[in-house]
Design a protein around this ligand. Structure first.
Ligand code: AMP
Length: 282
C-alpha cells in the first residue's frame, strides 16, 4: 500500500495503475461504513484508491471542522488490512493553495434539506469531489446511502458536467441497535448514544407503515416527528423530509422511489439518517 501526499505523485501513480480504478473518498476516522465501500471497490476493481481529507470547505464557520475526529495511523492500519493499493492524504495547502477560488455550484438541490441547514456545504462537497476525481481519475467511485442527499448531488454533478465516472451507492451500515455508523457518533456520551437510537427507530417505523400500504408523506413525516419528540435528549429536529429519490422534490404521495430523511441535534452532535422507500420493490 502506497501512501501519497502530493497531487503530482498521485497523478503519476494513477497513470501507472491497472484499470479499472475504484475510488472511495473519505474524511477518515474510518468505521465499518467506510470499510463496506472499500470492500465493494476491492471486489470490483484491480486498483483501489482511498482518499483521507477532512475538507474544510464543506464545513460552516460554526461547525466541527477543528474537532472532527482524526486518527491517521489507525486509518492506515485498517486500509492496509483491506488491501488498498493507493491512499491519498493531501494537506489543506495542497488541495487549496493560496488564491484558490474556483467552485462547483450544485444549484437548487444543494440549497434544500442539508443545504438549508448547512449553507455552502454541497458547494464544498462537489468542489472537493471533482478535484479528487481529476486527481485520482477513477472509473468507479463509491458512496454511502447514509449521506443520501450527497449521493443525489454527486450523481447530478457527474451527469451535468459529463464526468467519465460511474457512481456506485452502497447501503447504510448500522450498529447492532440500528444507529447509522458515523464518525460523529464519537461525540456522544453514553446517555446520548442510547438516545440516538430513536433516529433509526423513527425511520424504521415509517418504513414499516409504508410497507403495509401507507402512502401519505404527511402521515409518515408526522410519525417520524412524534417518535423523535418522544426522546427528551433530542434538542432540535432540523427537518423530516419525504422526497423523490432522484430529484429530492418533496412528495405528497409516495408513488415512486423516495427517501425519508432527517437531521437532528443531540448533545454536541448533529446526526443524519434516511431510509429509501420504493413502491416498486416491496
Ligand atoms: P465521510 O468520511 O463521512 O465523508 O464518508 C465517506 C463515505 O463513507 C461517504 O460516501 C459516506 O456516505 C460513506 N459512509 C459514511 N457512513 C456510512 C455508513 N454508516 N454506511 C455506509 N456508508 C457510509
Amino acid at each position: 500500500m502506497k501512501v501519497i501526499r502530493t497531487i503530482d505523485e498521485m497523478k503519476h501513480a494513477v497513470s501507472l495503475a491497472i484499470r479499472p480504478i475504484g475510488f472511495v473518498p473519505t474524511m477518515g476516522a474510518l468505521h465499518e461504513g467506510h470499510l463496506s465501500l472499500i470492500r465493494a471497490a476491492r471486489a470490483e476493481n484491480p486498483t483501489v484508491v482511498v482518499s483521507i481529507f477532512v475538507n474544510p470547505t464543506q464545513f460552516g464557520p460554526r461547525e466541527d471542522y477543528e474537532k472532527y475526529p482524526r486518527d491517521l495511523d489507525r486509518d492506515l492500519r485498517l486500509l492496509e488490512q483491506e488491501q488498498v493499493d493507493l491512499v491519498f492524504v493531501p494537506d489543506v495547502q495542497e488541495m487549496y493553495p493560496p488564491g484558490f477560488d474556483t467552485w462547483v455550484d450544485p444549484g437548487k438541490i444543494g440549497t434544500i434539506l442539508e443545504g438549508a441547514a448547512r449553507p455552502g456545504h454541497f458547494r464544498g462537497v462537489d468542489t472537493v469531489v471533482l478535484k479528487l476525481f481529476n486527481i485520482c481519475k477513477p472509473d468507479k467511485a463509491y458512496f454511502g446511502q447514509k449521506d443520501g442527499q450527497q449521493c443525489v448531488v454527486i450523481k447530478r454533478m457527474v451527469r451535468d458536467l459529463n464526468l467519465d465516472v460511474e457512481i456506485v451507492i452502497r447501503p447504510t451500515v448500522r450498529e447492532p441497535d440500528g444507529l447509522a455508523m458515523s464518525s460523529r457518533n464519537q461525540y456522544l456520551n453514553p446517555e446520548e448514544r442510547r438516545a440516538a437510537t430513536v433516529i433509526s427507530r423513527a425511520l424504521f417505523e415509517a418504513e414499516k407503515q409504508f410497507k403495509v400500504g401507507e402512502r401519505s408523506a404527511a402521515f409518515l413525516k408526522d410519525l417520524v416527528y412524534q417518535i423523535l419528540r418522544s426522546e427528551p435528549l433530542i434538542q432540535q429536529i432540523d427537518y423530516v423530509s419525504v422526497a423523490d429519490a432522484d430529484t429530492l422534490e418533496e412528495l405528497e404521495t409516495v408513488d415512486r422511489k423516495a427517501m425519508i430523511s432527517t437531521a437532528v441535534r443531540i448533545g454536541p452532535a448533529r446526526l443524519i439518517d434516511n431510509v429509501v422507500l420504493d413502491p416498486h420493490s416491496l
